[in-house]
Structure formats: C-alpha cells, structure tokens
Design a protein around this ligand. Structure first.
Ligand code: AMP
Ligand code: ZN
Length: 475
C-alpha cells in the first residue's frame, strides 16, 4: 500500500520510498528527563507510535531509536545560555542529576505503557554516548566548521553551511537572524550553536567529562546527530519531533550531520503540531505548570482515552486540550467499547469472510497510510461496527487489526466490560437496587436517588433496562 507523509523539508506530502526495501530507519526526539512528561510531549509520542504501527501493518521492519536527553539541554535553547535543565531539576527535587534522570524516565515509561505505545528498538541516553558526541565535534572541527569562544565552549559556525535552516525556509534569512535582538554576542552569527560547553571555572558540575577542548558537556543538538548515525547508519528514512524542533534543534542536527555524511542525511522530516490550551498557548515544561497523564488518571479517566482524543485530530493541526474534550472523547470511546463488547458476546458469530475482511482492512489501512488520517480510520471503524452485512467473526478479526494499527485496546476493554457485567452483585446491593426500583415506582424519587448514591459509592452502577434494572460493577 502507498504510504504518504508530509515532509517538512519539501513542504509537500510525499510518497514514502524506503532507502532499503522493506525497512524503515526511524529516529524520534525523545524526552528531556528533568521533569514530568506533559500531555503535549505525549501527544508527539502518540503520533510517533501511530507512524510506527502504520509501517508495521504495511509489512515493514521498523528500527526505531528514541533518545533520552539527560544532559546538555539548557533553559534557553535558542541561545545556548541559561542553566542545564537537568541540574536545575536536581536542585528543585533535592536529588542528584542521575537520580532525577532515572526518576522522570521511570515516570515517562509508565505513561508510555499506559498509552499503549510500542517500545523503541533502542532508547539511548545522551550520557551513554559522550564519546560519540566528542567524535562528532572532532570531525566537524577537522572539517573547519567550528570555533572556540574562550571560557564558553566550542561553537558551530553556521555561515560555513550554506543550506542552514532549509527545513524552515532556508539559509539565515528570515530564520533566527534578526528574530532575536539579543544573542550571545561572542557568537559570530546568531544561529551559531554550542557543540561543547565548558564547565564553569568556579563550579563543579555533576555531569561533566574530559574532552580535547577541556572539561565540559555536550551541546544538546550533538546527541541526536551522534546517536542516530551510530545506531541507524549514516543515512536513514524518517526523523520526527514536535513542531518546535524544526527551527533550531533539527536545523542544527542537519548542520552537524550533512558535512560528515553528505546530503540528504535524512529522507523524510515529520513534525507534529502542538497540544495547546484553550487560549492557544503551547503546553510546556519550562512554564512550570502543565498537565501530565496523572491529571488524566486523577480525574478518573482511563489513560487510553487520551490516546483516543489525540487520534481524533490530525498531526498537522494544533489541538486545544480541555476537560470537556476529554469528557466527549471518553463518551465516544465508551460507545465503541460497548459495541465491541456486544459483538464479542453475540451468540451467532458466523464465519469469517476473507473478501469482506480485505475490503474493510484496506479502507482503514489506506486512511492511516494516507498521511496518518487516524480520525478517518475511526469513522470507518464506527461504520464497520454498525454494518449489518458483516459477520461478528469478520468484525472481530477486523477489530483485532484495528487494535494493532491504532493501539486503542478495544478488545481488551470490551472483555473487561463483559467481565464486569457478569460479576454478580452481593445481596445487600441487590436489596438496595430492589428498594430503589420500588421507590421509583412509588414516585419517591428522593429515596430512589439516595439509594442510587449509596450503590454508586459501594462501587456498583444501576442501569435501567426495558424489563427492570441491571447492576454492573464499576470499572
Ligand atoms: P522535551 O521533553 O521538551 O525535550 O520534548 C519532547 C518532545 O515533545 C519533543 O519532540 C517536543 O517537540 C515535543 N513537545 C514539546 N511540547 C509539546 C507540545 N505542547 N505539544 C506537542 N509536542 C510537544
Ligand atoms: Zn533530537
């Protein structure tokens, strides 16, 4: 099946042609583990996961690398200034930087699993690849791309790389030059960036290493060039990240890599739009206030509902997060799970029909393969669940495929629902439910409501049905 993706580099939707037939080399910029991952970061990760699943269902082998940034990401990315985010996190949490990294990485992986994302093939940490980053800087130095700012670090001279900034409109014009009035005045050009930062003379950093230029630590951008080339080879197929990364981080990665391996280093650049709040502000860790998956859990939502919400949108459009949109997503998801449970419970499953299976399978895979139109795939899923002419057996096989493609765990949640519905309620709950029905019949709604409240508080819900009521254990 043809796969199409919007390539930020060409600003066009392009047909995907792999460098090596049947294989995809895929690098996604991962989290900086100095704080909890927020819902915006997780949105980006969910789109990465869909991209991966789309290739897997199209029969490709995926080699996915996602880095863990545990050093070198400064509070002011644009200017290579400010504090190291990890050291800042350590001071805030009263822990060592290493413990901070491990703590937030563990939290991140818990979210990752709760959102049912397939683990990357490799998840390298920047601090495990210091040698490779030093090598990268040495190569750039040998090629004449670097200069030193005494007491500060080794910098990349972007004027030596004519294609600088091609990802966002080219060269230095209209990009960062002029956009920022202030910049590190010792830099030769505003777009130049640190490859290696020196440790401050008067301060011992928790993370620092020897290098040919002195004790210090790598610039943030170095890790992604060094680790991707080491693990995926000099040229690979896809590189992704949130939309904020194209202007600086990815521009700098390209500038570091192409002088060494030749252009194009990466074939397709894919960027995911931001999760924003109601006023259109980007959700961001550095602002201090943000929502993580714990906020979703604490409000009683199944985390997978957040995944469902993200898949209702398209990766090229910003998405405004609100609790109202989560409520709507939860209702929509519940509806789908209800239908799937009914199909699983059907007594006459019928036979699986391969031709019908193929037709629906291809429609759904086509939608996702066409620039990741997940919302369209969900509309077709709704249609499928209602289709009167498709046997239950065929539908179940298709839902299994949809679960592989979209990772929404429909079958799992439907099975859980069926289990809950089949748990017999204890006698006291049944008794309360009977008394409630009697109160309702006598139009004593105050008593009926009070009883419903008690039943609810005990972990059960009452569903009124045509022939009375049903007591269901709450999830
Ligand atoms: P960070 O942990 O800040 O290094 O970011 C990890 C990933 O999340 C990167 O690909 C960012 O581009 C992405 N990201 C950061 N903020 C948002 C947001 N509000 N919406 C979507 N993606 C984001
Ligand atoms: Zn990166």
């Amino acid at each position: 099946m043809t796969i199409r993706l919007f390539n930020t580099m060409s600003r066009k939707i392009e047909e995907f042609v792999p460098i090596t037939p049947g294989q995809v080399g895929f690098y996604s910029c991962g989290p900086t583990v100095y704080h909890y991952t927020h819902l915006g970061n997780l949105r980006t990760m969910i789109h990465n996961d869909i991209l991966k699943r789309m290739f897997l269902e199209n029969g490709y082998d995926m080699h996915h690398v996602m880095n863990i940034t545990d050093v070198g990401h400064l509070t002011n990315d644009d200017d290579d200034s400010g504090e190291d985010k990890m050291e800042k996190g350590a001071a805030r949490d009263h822990k060592s930087v290493w413990d901070v990294a491990q703590f937030y990485l563990d939290q991140f992986l818990r979210d990752y699993d709760d959102l049912n994302m397939i683990h990357p093939t490799e998840m390298p940490r920047a601090t495990d690849y210091i040698h490779e980053q030093i090598e990268l800087v040495r190569q750039l130095e040998a090629l004449g791309y670097t200069y030193e700012i005494p007491g500060d670090g080794i910098y990349y001279d972007t004027s030596k790389f004519p294609a600088y900034g091609a990802l966002t409109g080219g060269a230095l014009s209209g990009n960062r030059a002029g956009a920022r009035v202030e910049f590190n005045s010792a830099k030769r050009h505003p777009t130049d960036f640190a490859l290696w930062k020196f440790s401050p003379a008067d301060q011992k950093r928790q993370m620092e290493w020897d290098s040919p230029w002195g004790v210090g630590f790598p610039g943030w951008h170095a890790e992604c060039s060094a680790m991707s080339m080491k693990l995926l080879g000099d040229h690979f197929d896809i590189h992704t990240g949130g939309e904020d990364l194209s202007r600086v981080h990815h521009a700098n990665e390209i500038a570091q890599s192409e002088p060494i391996v030749g252009a194009p280093w990466v074939k397709y650049w894919v960027h995911f739009s931001f999760l924003v709040d109601k006023s259109g502000e980007k959700m961001s860790k550095s602002k201090g206030e943000f929502l993580g998956l714990d906020a979703v859990r604490n409000r009683g939502f199944d985390p997978i509902v957040y995944r469902y919400l993200i898949l209702l949108g398209h990766y090229q459009a910003q998405l405004a997060f609100s609790w109202e949109s989560m409520d709507a997503a939860a209702a929509g998801y519940k509806n789908l799970v209800r239908r799937v449970a009914d199909i699983l419970a059907e007594k006459e499953q019928g036979a699986q029909d391969p031709a019908v299976f193929d037709a629906w399978h291809d429609r759904i895979l086509d939608a996702v393969s066409d620039n990741m139109k997940t919302a369209e795939a969900l509309v077709i899923t709704q249609e499928l669940l209602k289709a009167p002419d498709v046997t239950a057996a065929t539908k179940i096989a298709l839902i299994e495929f949809i679960d592989r493609l979209l990772g929404l765990q429909f079958i799992d949640r439907a099975r859980k629902l069926i289990t809950l519905e089949n748990v017999a309620a204890p006698d006291d709950i049944v008794d309360m439910a009977r008394r409630r029905a009697a109160a309702k019949a006598a139009r004593d709604f105050a008593t009926a409501d009070a009883l419903r409240g008690q039943i609810d508080a005990a972990g059960w819900s009452i569903l009124d049905t045509a022939d009375g009521f049903k007591i269901v254990k709450k999830a």
